[in-house]
Ligand binder design. Structure first.
Ligand code: UDP
Length: 386
């Protein structure tokens, strides 16, 4: 099967890391078309997945854009759409991985008669999208996509509630290769030494820096915990959230946490860093569509506490495979951190169970198999190009 994958981002967010795993089995017969250059292209090249940057023009429509801005941007997309429609003639299907990729892919699919699949990795709620953009996404998906793959039940439900056709929407969780998350005590000691951790209880936060990812909630919780609780923030502001980064640093100073907090920026060695943590906190204040870091923490056998909204509640079995907190509740987070610190045996038992369950539910080969079956369902076997 020949697939033309489309993604608007050159940066490495969860959607892009996951697409790399989806595209890998097709790397002999696929192309990933990007609408920006950057680290994502480098990752695809490292994995020997064919990639082409299709445009370097900035697409000026944001998740919160209104109707005028959204419509005016469609005109400026014409050359890109024409390029994608031409490319698509050599492929069995167009696989759009982001909203702007959906806009381009939908029109290109219409022009080239190449079927369209949309991998929906966002919750279409007012928390994340303007009304106009929700309507555009749902209208394009309903009219042009043969299949919408939602990355959680929560994502699918929001799609249907926003007017999306339920009969084209299927849930497939992100897949992970458990072998890549095997950790050891050597890593743990080495990283703790690098971070200057000497006996403290270390809470890790692994997310791009963005207000809704709620790094400030962990800072507030930390101020309520004993001094020996420290935190490390891994991730960068990928989409221009520099004001928030400044606010975080101000908060560290206000709460006098300078000695207890480290910001490491974007890192490619997540697994090693997770090994050093005693607990991983996920603190999104708006519903998270999936939450890759939660499953990654489980596979690293690190206890995890996560904000109970969106797809997260499908990942964590309370008290059995992790802890849940009400989004934005720093006091509750402080209590959970304290419990986890005071009851290491219970925490270890929960982490063990979480690892077993994560391997059962999110194993990459099985997840890729689910996607393959869905793709075959929408294509006539005789028309598959390879
Ligand atoms: N990540 C990373 N380096 C960092 C921070 C995050 O490689 O410094 C990875 C993280 O391990 C996860 C992904 O980025 O696989 C983020 O996915 P998630 O679903 O948690 O959030 P998203 O960015 O998609 O909103």
């Amino acid at each position: 099967m020949k697939i033309l994958f489309l993604d608007q981002s050159g940066k490495l967010g969860g959607a892009e890391i996951s697409l790399t795993d989806v595209a890998k089995p097709y790397r002999d017969h696929c192309l990933v078309g990007l609408f920006a250059d950057g680290a994502f292209k480098d990752l695809l090249e490292q994995q020997q997945i064919p990639v082409q940057v299709l445009t370097t023009e900035q697409i000026n429509v944001r998740k919160e854009s209104g109707i005028i801005q959204s419509l005016s941007s469609v005109g400026s997309l014409a050359p890109l759409i024409a390029k994608v429609a031409k490319l698509a003639r050599d492929y069995d299907l167009i696989y759009a991985n982001t909203q702007k990729a959906l806009v381009v892919g939908a029109i290109a699919s219409f022009l080239s008669r190449c079927p369209l699949v949309y991998h929906l990795r966002d919750i279409l709620s007012p928390d994340h999208f303007s009304r106009t953009n929700r309507q555009i996404i749902v209208t394009l998906a309903n009219n042009f996509a043969s299949l919408v793959i939602a990355n959680s039940q929560a994502t699918r439900t929001a799609f249907v509630e926003a007017g999306g056709r339920h009969e084209i929407a299927e849930v497939v969780y992100n897949g992970f290769d458990p072998k890549l998350y095997q950790n050891n005590d050597f890593n743990r000691q080495q990283v703790r030494q690098e971070l200057g951790i000497n006996g403290q209880f270390l809470v890790g936060h692994f997310s791009r820096l963005s207000p809704w990812k709620g790094q400030h909630i962990l800072l507030e919780a930390l101020a309520l915990c004993p001094d020996e609780v420290t935190a490390v923030f891994v991730g960068d502001a990928l989409f221009g959230e520099q004001d928030y980064v400044q606010q975080l640093h101000q908060k560290v100073a206000e709460l006098k946490l300078e000695e207890r907090v480290r910001f490491l920026g974007f890192r490619g060695d997540i697994v090693r860093l997770m090994a050093a943590c005693d607990l991983i906190a996920h603190t999104s204040t708006a519903p998270e569509p999936f939450g890759r870091v939660i499953v990654e923490a489980m596979l690293c056998r690190c206890p995890v506490v996560a904000a109970a909204a969106g797809g997260v509640v499908e990942l964590v079995d309370i008290g059995k495979t992790g802890w849940l907190l009400s989004p934005g509740d720093s006091q509750q987070l402080a209590q959970i951190i304290t419990t986890c610190r005071n009851q290491p045996q219970q925490a270890a038992m929960i982490a063990d169970q979480a690892e077993i369950q994560a391997i059962q539910r999110f194993e990459l080969t099985a997840i890729n198999q689910q996607i393959s079956q869905l793709l075959h369902r929408i294509l006539e076997p005789s028309k598959i190009k390879r």
